[in-house]
Write a protein of this length. Structure first.
Length: 364
């Protein structure tokens, strides 16, 4: 992906799970990376463990702060923006619904509003979520033209963000000579090393098992499109690179998910993780009373990304789980290891596999 070499790239949410991996990958591609985040979202964090302070131009800014967002974008003058900053969890959205909607919807609007003031070409990849779809839990994968919605505040906030993004595209960036090009991405349940967010299955398991503890599992039979963090990131990068040179992609939305046959239950995920970690113990708490809605089935159709971008996932389910558990094993059991170096080695391993499997995005 030569389009990023020597370019200025702004990542919002760069201290988060996806953002920290994307920051390292873009550095490997030769980009000058700046990031804005309100804080470091977890302790421990991948951002700190990999010493990303030393590798990116790091700024503490709340995406809800309209003036601060405008000023930093004016100062940085980015060529590319990847907007990942979000309140990214379903269960906390029940506790703070308005805050979730402000961060996810108004934050997205603020980014695009700031781009109106730039007098240079800029490509913006706006990351929302597969949960933006009005999920009726059918067996078919959702397509980009399917209805948006959401039963919980988080899902609703992502649908709101998409409405705001489309409004800005139609209202301010619709002319053929517009300096701003925008696309939307939707991805599913991402796993991988360096995720320590609360109420997430893999971090909960890794933390508990590394301490010889038992982990409680709320919905062992819930099915998700599990994918390694590098899978959607490869899609974001492929989309950003293509969008910068192809105006036909402007205003489009794309799903980035695993192959349809890779939907697996939480129970199957834990069973696969047990192949790579000793002393796996867990409790099924699904019979305990629950008041909060959690989707049981959600799948994505990624045919559009294949047709327009020649993008498709690289890893099988077993490879996804193995890479994930190996990262945590390295973190918890090898105190002398460089987390930054190990993360980069997994990026290199992933891109090598993609190239060997002749995936077009890895060959370009």
């Amino acid at each position: 992906m030569k389009q990023f070499k020597d370019k200025t790239v702004l990542i919002t949410g760069h201290t988060g799970f996806k953002g920290s991996w994307l920051s390292l990958w873009l550095k490997q591609l030769g980009a000058n990376v700046s990031g804005i985040s309100i804080d470091i979202p977890s302790n421990p964090s991948h951002f700190e463990a990999a010493n990303l302070f030393e590798q990116v131009d790091d700024h503490r800014i709340d995406v809800r702060d309209t003036d601060a967002v405008k000023q930093i974008i004016k100062d940085i003058q980015p060529d590319f923006i990847f907007h990942l900053a979000a309140q990214a969890l379903v269960r906390p959205s029940y506790e703070n619904p308005v805050e979730t909607m402000m961060i996810n919807a108004i934050g997205s609007a603020n980014i695009l509003d700031a781009l109106r003031c730039l007098d240079k070409p800029v490509t913006a990849v706006m990351i929302t979520s597969d949960k933006a779809y009005d999920n009726i839990e059918w067996v078919w994968g959702y397509r980009e033209t399917d209805r948006l919605g959401g039963k919980d505040p988080y899902s609703a906030s992502k649908g709101m963000a998409e409405l705001a993004i489309r409004s800005f595209v139609d209202s301010y960036f619709s002319e053929p000579d517009s300096n701003v090009r925008v696309a939307i991405t939707r991805a599913g349940n991402v796993i991988g090393g360096g995720d320590w967010a609360v109420d997430r299955i893999v971090p909960d398991c890794m933390h508990a098992w590394s301490n010889g503890e038992t982990v409680d599992i709320r919905s062992p039979d819930a099915t998700r499109p599990w994918q390694h963090v590098l899978e959607p990131l490869s899609g974001y990068l492929a989309l950003g690179a293509a969008l910068s040179t192809n105006i036909a992609l402007h205003g489009e939305a794309y799903n980035f998910g695993p192959s349809a046959h890779q939907n697996h239950s939480v129970r199957e995920l834990i069973d696969e993780m047990s192949h790579y970690w000793e002393s796996v113990r867990w409790n099924d708490t699904s019979n305990a009373q629950q008041h909060l809605h959690e989707a049981g089935l959600l799948k994505l159709n990624c045919d559009k990304a294949l047709f327009d971008l020649q993008w498709q996932p690289t890893l099988a389910f077993e490879e996804t789980v193995h890479m994930t558990v190996e990262w945590y094993r390295n973190y918890y059991q090898n105190s002398t290891a460089s987390i930054c170096d190990f993360t980069i080695s997994q990026i290199e391993e992933y891109t090598k596999l993609a190239s060997e499997r002749e995936l077009p995005w890895a060959i370009v």
